[in-house]
Design a protein around this ligand. Structure first.
Ligand SMILES: NC(=O)c1ccc[n+]([C@@H]2O[C@H](COP(=O)([O-])OP(=O)(O)OC[C@H]3O[C@@H](n4cnc5c(N)ncnc54)[C@H](O)[C@@H]3O)[C@@H](O)[C@H]2O)c1
Length: 448
């Protein structure tokens, strides 16, 4: 670590930190004058995860400022990370115009705020780690990348799946020639029936007009991951899919507007009462979802949320319009192909992938990577102990590894240590938007 007050990255000569804006200390009170100072804007679900991992970085990075309108959360985070009052903001806009006290900012606001925040923080000279998707429209994504390039700041996007141990293993097997040349890939995202109901029928990502298509909000990770593994530019894309099931005409007789009033709630797979009450038991998968529905995490708060909030509504109430199943076919340079399926209609499971090469096949579910070698007809099984691949469980080690890569890239002044930089991510977002266009127009869309 350098001990001076100059710019952290050599390439960022001309950008200097405000010399004494905040007094950064580690947990034992030791001053950390040149730890990477990172601001978190939007300390919700994702922002709090990243704050925790930054804080665990052995003093290489600190959470130096936060912006979050919820006072209780802001205060708690301020105490937890010893953030001075002057570096705590209720609105990211105030932080963006205040003297710059941090090297970088994590933008973990809702998707619709990404453009405004990213362009403001780029102009203010912050390096930026931006949550995926970059933004709800391709034009906005392009503007974000252009703003970062114009301001000469580093931009990275949180494609956490790239950083998982199983992805590293798959990449090293592919690059080492273990399966010869990739010919095609089959990739499945089993979102899970109650997870889908939570996020895409009842929750924040249920309508395209207020969010974006599910392929962008959920599966921009997967389309990005395929590009990362295949390592070639996409050339053509087609797609089919629709909202097939979660529609009013599929409501069973006796269904009510809310699960609490429903005569057939007990027989319904998507009962909010059953799913979220189950989540009142800490440690179960459903518990992090119940904590979103009722942040106070009590029986009373949950009953109130089910009675009055969006998560208590019948899944057949018609409040949603995003597709509940979709397939995407992608052709890459050299004629390699990939088929991607997303579905609501599965248990909540890890993604499943088969990579077919000229000399062998890789099969992975994110916790095991199996290599089948054609010549010897033998299978080698690699266990990857990194946990489940859902957001609530750290994306199979991807969250923590991505933050490590981010800290290393900025501390070492070596951007290549972080593979999902803004321009790379823009390219994979372009595939997503082309796939949506293909689905809506019923055409094959070419990518230049
Ligand atoms: N990388 C992944 O796998 C992954 C997973 C889930 C969500 N996401 C993305 O992460 C982002 C955040 O999602 P989330 O689930 O954490 O949402 P969230 O709603 O939990 O968090 C957003 C936070 O922003 C805060 N906020 C709102 N207005 C603000 C303002 N003016 N100034 C400062 N803060 C403000 C909210 O109070 C909230 O705490 C979204 O873009 C989402 O699509 C990514």
């Amino acid at each position: 670590m350098d001990g001076g007050g100059g710019p952290r990255l050599g390439r960022r000569a001309g950008l200097t930190l405000d010399p004494s804006p905040i007094n950064v200390r580690d947990h034992s009170g030791r001053p950390l004058e040149r730890a990477l100072r990172v601001a978190i804007v939007g300390v919700g679900d994702r922002g709090s995860v990243y704050a925790r991992h930054l804080d665990d970085s052995d003093g290489e990075a600190v959470v130096g400022a936060i912006a979050e309108p919820r006072e209780a959360i802001r205060k708690a985070m301020g105490i937890r990370y010893a953030i001075p009052q002057g570096a705590q903001f209720a609105d990211w806009r105030d932080m963006a115009v205040a003297p710059r006290s941090c090297d970088a900012v994590v933008i973990s606001l809702r998707d619709s705020e990404h453009l405004e925040a990213a362009t403001a923080f780029a102009s203010a000279g912050y390096d930026i780690l931006l949550e995926k998707p970059m933004a709800p429209t391709l034009a906005e994504c392009r503007r974000i990348v252009a703003a970062a390039e114009k301001a000469n700041v580093w931009l990275g996007v949180c494609h956490v799946l790239r950083y998982t141990p199983y992805t590293s293993l798959v990449r090293s097997l592919v690059e080492g020639g273990a399966i010869g040349d990739i010919v095609n890939v089959q990739h499945l995202e089993p979102i899970g029936f109650w997870h889908f109901a939570h996020s895409y029928v009842r929750g924040n990502w249920r309508r395209e007009a207020t969010s974006a298509p599910v392929l962008l909000t959920k599966s921009s990770h997967d389309i990005d991951w395929l590009s990362y593994i295949i390592g070639r530019p996409a050339t053509r894309v087609s797609s089919f899919g629709s909202l097939l099931h979660f529609r009013p005409e599929h409501a069973p007789g006796g269904a009510a507007e809310r699960c609490l009033d429903c005569a057939v709630e007990d027989t319904c797979a998507y009962s909010a009462v059953r799913i979220y009450r189950k989540g009142l038991t800490p440690g179960l998968r459903e518990s992090s979802f119940t904590a979103v529905v009722a942040p106070e995490y009590s029986e009373d708060a949950l009953s109130d949320a089910l009675r009055n909030g969006p998560y208590g509504r019948c899944v057949y109430g018609g409040q949603n319009d995003v597709a509940d199943h979709q397939v995407v076919s992608i052709e890459y340079a050299g004629g390699i192909t990939a088929g991607f399926t997303l579905t609501a209609f599965s248990p909540l499971e890890n993604r499943r992938t088969r990579i077919f090469g000229t000399k062998g096949q890789i099969t992975t579910d994110g916790s095991t990577v199996e290599l089948f070698d054609f010549r010897s007809s033998s299978t080698t099984v690699h266990e990857v102990a990194s946990g489940a691949a859902s957001a609530g469980e750290g994306h199979a080690g991807g969250d923590v590894a991505m933050i490590k890569a981010f800290v290393r890239a900025l501390c070492d002044g070596e951007p290549s240590l972080f593979s999902s930089d803004g321009r790379t991510s823009l390219t994979t977002h372009e595939i997503v938007f082309a796939a949506e266009e293909a689905r809506l127009r019923g055409e094959v869309i070419g990518l230049s």
